[in-house]
Ligand binder design. Structure first.
Ligand code: ADP
Ligand code: MG
Length: 345
C-alpha cells in the first residue's frame, strides 16, 4: 500500500429511487459490490425464471449486451447512506487538513436530480455536508482557541453563464482579476461568521438568490454552479504568525448534456457556458491526473476561482451522485466515467 497521501478522493453516492423511477423503472443499472466497487449495467437476474420446471430465458435478443463494467472508487455509498456518514468518513478529515493549513475543496457532481443538493445542502431534517462540516470546523476551532485565534469569513458565489454573482448580497456580475496571491473576486466582501447555526440562515438566503430556470428537461434543473467558500485566518497567539486557508464546497450545475434540453436562444448560451465551466474543470482534473505541469485553470471562471483550491497540496473530495434507475442510464454512465477519470489523480 502506498504511504503517499492522495490528494483527491472520489466517492460515488447512489440515491434511492424517486417516485417516477419506482413507477417506470425497468431495472437497476448499478449493483454495489462492496465498499469500493460497483457493477454498472449488470445482467438482469430476473430475466430468467422457471416455468413448469424449465428454465426459460426471456432475454430480448435484439437488446444490446449489458456492459457489466466493474468500477472502483475510493468509496461507494449505497442508497441507505446518510449525510452524516459521508461527513464522518469524507469531510471531517478535510477539516483537520484545513486546520493544518491546506486548502480543501468538496465537489458534488452529477446530473440534475442525482442528489447533489441533497448531499451538499440537505434539508432541515437531514443537513448536508456544508452544515455538518462547518459545525465540525467550529468545534475544532473552539478546542484550539487558546493556542490560535481564528477569523472566519464566508462567501457564497454563483457562476452562471460564466458570470459571477454574489449570492449573499445579490450583486454582480463580479469581475475576476489576478494579483500576486492568485485570483481575486473584485468587490467581494467576506461575511464574518461565528457559529454553524448562523450559517444555515446564510445558506438559505444565498439559495433563495440562486438562478433557477425551468427547462424542458427538468423543471427543477439548476444550471448554475454554487461556490461556498470559508476563508480562515489563523493567528498563532504566541508568535503572531498568520496563515490563510480556504475550504470550498461546490454544488456543480447539472452535468447532463445541454443537447438534451430543447432550449433555444438564451438557454443555448447557458448550456454552452455550463459546459465551459464543467468542461474546464474536467480538463484541469484530467491534466492533474496526468501529472502535467500546465493546468488550464484560466479556461473558465469556475476554475479560475478554484485555482488555489485544486491540485498542488490541496485536498479534494469529489462526490459523484447517481441514480441506479435505467431511466438515467446515460447520465449515470457519464458521471461514473467522469469520476473514474478523476480518481487517477
Ligand atoms: P440535484 O441537486 O443533483 O439536482 P437533488 O439533491 O435536488 O438533485 O435531488 C433530487 C431529489 O431526490 C430531491 O427531491 C432529493 O430530496 C431526493 N434525493 C436525492 N438524494 C437523496 C438521498 N440520498 N436520499 C433521499 N432522497 C434523495
Ligand atoms: Mg441541485
Amino acid at each position: 500500500m502506498s504511504t503517499e497521501q492522495k490528494n483527491i478522493k472520489v466517492v460515488v453516492r447512489v440515491r434511492p429511487y424517486n417516485r417516477r423511477e419506482m413507477e417506470q423503472n425497468q431495472r437497476s443499472i448499478i449493483k454495489v459490490l462492496d465498499r469500493e466497487t460497483l457493477l454498472f449495467d449488470p445482467d438482469e437476474e430476473d430475466d430468467e425464471f422457471f416455468f413448469q420446471g424449465t428454465k426459460v430465458n426471456h432475454r430480448d435478443i435484439t437488446k444490446r449486451v449489458n456492459k457489466k463494467l466493474s468500477m472502483e472508487y475510493d468509496r461507494v455509498y449505497d442508497t441507505d447512506t446518510t449525510n452524516v456518514q459521508i461527513f464522518q468518513e469524507c469531510t471531517a478529515p478535510l477539516v483537520d487538513s484545513v486546520l493544518n493549513g491546506y486548502n480543501c475543496s468538496v465537489f458534488v457532481y452529477g446530473a440534475t436530480g442525482a442528489g447533489k443538493t441533497f448531499t451538499m445542502l440537505g434539508s432541515t431534517s437531514s443537513p448536508g455536508l456544508t452544515f455538518l462540516t462547518m459545525r465540525d470546523l467550529f468545534e475544532k476551532i473552539e478546542a484550539q482557541s487558546d493556542v490560535r485565534k481564528f477569523d472566519v469569513g464566508v462567501s457564497y458565489l454563483e457562476v452562471y453563464n460564466e458570470q459571477v454573482m454574489n449570492l449573499l448580497t445579490k450583486t454582480g456580475p463580479l469581475k475576476l482579476r489576478e494579483d500576486s496571491n492568485g485570483v481575486v473576486v473584485s468587490g467581494l466582501v467576506l461575511k464574518p461568521i461565528f457559529s454553524a447555526e448562523e450559517l444555515l440562515e446564510l445558506l438559505a438566503l444565498g439559495n433563495s438568490n440562486r438562478t433557477q430556470h425551468p427547462t424542458d428537461a427538468n423543471a427543477e434543473s439548476s444550471r448554475s454552479h454554487a461556490v461556498f467558500q470559508v476563508h480562515i485566518r489563523m493567528t498563532d497567539r504566541k508568535t503572531g504568525t498568520k496563515r490563510m486557508v480556504k475550504l470550498s464546497m461546490i454544488d456543480l450545475a447539472g452535468s447532463e448534456r445541454a443537447a438534451s434540453t430543447k432550449g433555444i436562444g438564451i438557454r443555448f448560451k447557458e448550456g454552452a457556458s455550463i459546459n465551459k465551466s464543467l468542461l474546464a474543470l474536467g480538463n484541469c482534473i484530467n491534466k492533474l491526473a496526468d501529472g502535467l505541469k500546465h493546468i488550464p485553470y484560466r479556461d473558465s471562471n469556475l476554475t479560475r476561482i478554484l485555482k488555489d483550491s485544486l491540485g498542488g497540496n490541496c485536498q479534494t473530495l469529489m462526490v459523484a451522485n447517481v441514480s441506479m434507475s435505467s431511466l438515467t442510464y446515460e447520465d449515470t454512465y457519464n458521471t461514473l466515467k467522469y469520476a473514474s477519470r478523476a480518481k487517477k489523480i
